[in-house]
Design a protein around this ligand. Structure first.
Ligand code: LMR
Length: 396
């Protein structure tokens, strides 16, 4: 049985971590995976997380099973953050929210549920998109296609083409949209453009699935979440996957969620019952610790304020690194327009480097980025930036 099993390729993003760990180069820099490192190159343990952890340690509790859909205080905190505690949809109880294993887990629960509802639907993802979107929806059994997104010539978004593609999609098509900080390009559409997307989603009867993995890393928590308000205002049913991996620096705790906005409380109860079946038959119920930490922070005003401050600190440091990157590339003699680097939002810069150039960066300079040309600016710091710039300039 197993002798015929073929070796699968490494994961295009997480596989780089394996390669990086095995690289003996002492000057190596990991700009592959989307992880924020501080100015000292360390993975931060946020103060708000430490405080919540301390509180939990001081009142230790036994670890029974959580409900299949997760911890109630956590699910409520997710809703309040993603949709606004005062929003009509939250108050009406017409959003089904389940705790998930990270944002990826939220996407997968949603994908499995959608497959049961509408097995012949096509899923559209942006061109390009997060490497795992296509694989995840394909593995859930969907045919996956793309809608135009990035324009290499302008380093912007091919918005008219995107709108046209969505406008031509059959009713029921699932459209995966990056709510903010587009991964991998860092190019977001404007609020006015979002309004047009919402309009076409509504007019065509498409199913919007918002992937919200970087809330707070673009312009701020409210600004980055604003598109959710547009979908709510349009009265649509839609899906939102939430991740706290990056915003709480809790990558290994797998804290995320899936929310499905429904037409009524009764509909939400029925949807929730189906989501629970998906969860129960995959991993039974979610883990406790990460959700306890996030719920404690979000539900304690002083910790919540501290979190917002720390998140702003991460956002500002990334922006400072973008500016420094541009200055150093210029100083190294690069004359082309580099304004795209500071205009891009979130953790990533889509460098425009080819797969060959990215591979040279890795093998000759120990600078690890994704083959697509994506580099994680959130992992650049004052110590490694010169090595990064030297590598980039040499392969350009
Ligand atoms: C990334 O794009 O690097 C992150 O979302 C991490 C991951 O799981 O791929």
């Amino acid at each position: 049985l197993l002798s015929a099993v073929e070796m699968a390729p490494r994961d295009p993003i997480l596989g780089l971590n394996e390669q990086f760990a095995a690289d003996p180069n002492p000057a190596k820099v990991n700009l592959g995976v989307g992880v924020y490192f501080d100015e000292d190159g360390k993975l931060p343990l946020l103060k708000c997380v430490q405080a919540a952890q301390q509180q939990l340690l001081e009142a230790p509790k036994p670890r029974g099973y959580l409900p299949i859909d997760g911890m109630a205080a956590y699910d409520q905190a997710v809703q309040a953050l993603a949709f606004g505690a005062e929003s009509e949809a939250v108050k009406a109880g017409r959003i089904a929210t389940v705790q998930a294993l990270g944002g990826t887990g939220g996407l997968k629960i949603g994908a499995d549920f959608l497959k049961r509802l509408n097995p012949s639907a096509t899923v559209l993802i942006s061109d390009p998109s997060w490497e795992n979107h296509r694989a995840l929806f394909q593995n859930a059994g969907f045919a996956v296609d793309t809608y135009p997104y990035y324009d290499a010539a302008t380093r912007g978004v091919r918005f008219e083409a995107m709108l046209q593609a969505l406008g031509a999609a059959p009713a029921g098509t699932v459209v995966v949209l990056h709510a903010c900080c587009h991964n991998p390009t860092g190019c977001d559409i404007t609020p006015a453009q979002w309004a047009q997307v919402v309009e076409v989603v509504k007019a065509r009867g498409l199913v919007a699935f918002l992937d919200m993995a970087y809330q707070g890393f673009g312009e701020g928590i409210a600004e980055d979440g604003a598109v959710v308000q547009q979908f709510l205002a349009a009265g649509l049913d839609f899906f939102v996957s939430t991740s706290f991996s990056k915003s709480f620096s809790l990558y290994g705790e797998r804290v995320g969620a899936l929310s499905v906005v429904c037409a009524s409380k009764d509909e939400a109860a029925r949807v929730l019952s189906q989501l629970k079946i998906v969860i129960r038959t995959n991993y039974s119920n979610p883990p406790t610790f990460g959700a306890q930490v996030v719920a404690t922070v979000l539900n304690t005003p002083a910790l919540r304020a501290l979190w917002e401050e720390e998140l702003a600190g991460m956002r500002e440091r990334i922006k400072a690194m973008r500016v420094a990157l541009v200055e150093k590339l210029r100083a190294a003699g690069v004359t082309q327009d580099l304004s795209y680097i500071t205009a891009q939002k979130g953790m990533f810069s889509y460098s425009g480097l080819s797969k060959d150039q990215m591979q040279r960066l890795r093998s000759e300079f120990g600078v690890y980025g994704v083959d697509s040309g994506r580099i994680c600016v959130a992992a650049i710091n004052g110590r490694n930036i010169d090595a990064v710039v030297k590598g980039i300039v040499s392969v350009m």
